[in-house]
Design a protein around this ligand. Structure first.
Ligand SMILES: [Zn+2]
Ligand SMILES: [Zn+2]
Length: 269
């Protein structure tokens, strides 16, 4: 078996994972994954903390460099980060990312206006779930427009993971007025989106983003897509990657992308 890539997963440098970095690499080698990028979390708040309290980037690179050498020839192991993008921290995020030699940067919406969407129960501040999603996609558009240093927008409909009754999730088409400009903005700046395969592991019948969003992206001319499992434990590395490839082919995509030193390279499906 061979799997094309897993460019989104977490290890011990993320606050929510305790998996040693080498475990993710060994699992990826066992699965025959060609490209692996471990993308630990940086989620700053405003007024922002010192990034070192959130993510020890120096420590990440010290270990990354050692293991990259150790496993070279067995897997293409790329350095990465998942940055929580929001308008209030866009500038400082960009400065931090520029200070380190990352291969690949995912920008994800985990916080809006200094509040963590999940742990601060932001949804409870809205009477109607539709208003919450309007806020979420409107702020996604703004965060994308104001953030410079990222390569792909992560798990676009991420909040669906945290809705107890999935039947209450509004139709994504209701938010087209925010999503289309977001996708157009990404395309115009040569940035991509990711297929994040964690959805089914979180109880959803789809991966992130839903097929409709992939179809819009394709129609608008988008052609930069990465695939990641969002594993926080080695056992989830590579999960759903084959299904993601099938989904992308169904949507008419013929390539996926990897990033090395922030430069995009396409790989035929
Ligand atoms: Zn994320
Ligand atoms: Zn993640």
């Amino acid at each position: 078996m061979s799997l094309i890539m897993d460019l989104h997963n977490h290890c011990e440098f993320s606050f929510d994972s305790s998996t040693p970095m080498e475990k993710n690499i060994e699992k990826a080698i066992e699965l025959g994954i060609d490209y692996l990028s471990i993308t630990d979390h940086l989620d700053l708040f405003y007024p922002h903390e010192d990034y070192r309290k959130m993510l020890d980037i120096e420590g990440y690179f010290a270990k990354y460099n050692k293991l990259q050498e150790k496993y070279s020839g067995r897997i293409k192991f790329l350095s990465g980060i998942e940055v929580g993008i929001q308008t209030t921290t866009a500038q400082v995020n960009d400065e931090i990312v520029r200070s380190f030699p990352f291969d690949f940067v995912i920008g994800s919406i985990h916080e809006i206006n200094g509040e963590d969407l999940v742990t601060d129960f932001v949804i409870e501040k809205f009477k109607d779930i539709k208003d919450f999603y309007k806020y979420y996609y409107e702020e996604t558009q703004k965060a994308v427009e104001e953030s410079k240093e990222f390569d792909v927008l992560g798990h676009i409909d991420y909040m669906d993971r945290y809705i107890d009754d999935i039947k209450s999730i509004p139709d994504i088409c209701e938010y087209k007025e925010y999503l289309i400009p977001t996708l157009k903005n990404l395309i115009s700046r040569n940035k991509g989106i990711e297929v994040n395969t964690a959805g089914p592991r979180k109880g959803l019948p789809y991966m992130h983003p839903k097929k409709q969003v992939l179809e819009w992206y394709k129609e608008l001319g988008g052609e930069i897509i990465t695939i990641g499992s969002d594993a926080h434990q080695a056992r989830d590395i590579g999960k759903g990657v084959e299904e993601a490839v099938e989904l992308l082919k169904e949507c008419g995509f013929t390539t996926v992308s990897v990033f090395e030193k922030r430069k995009e390279k396409k790989i035929l499906l």
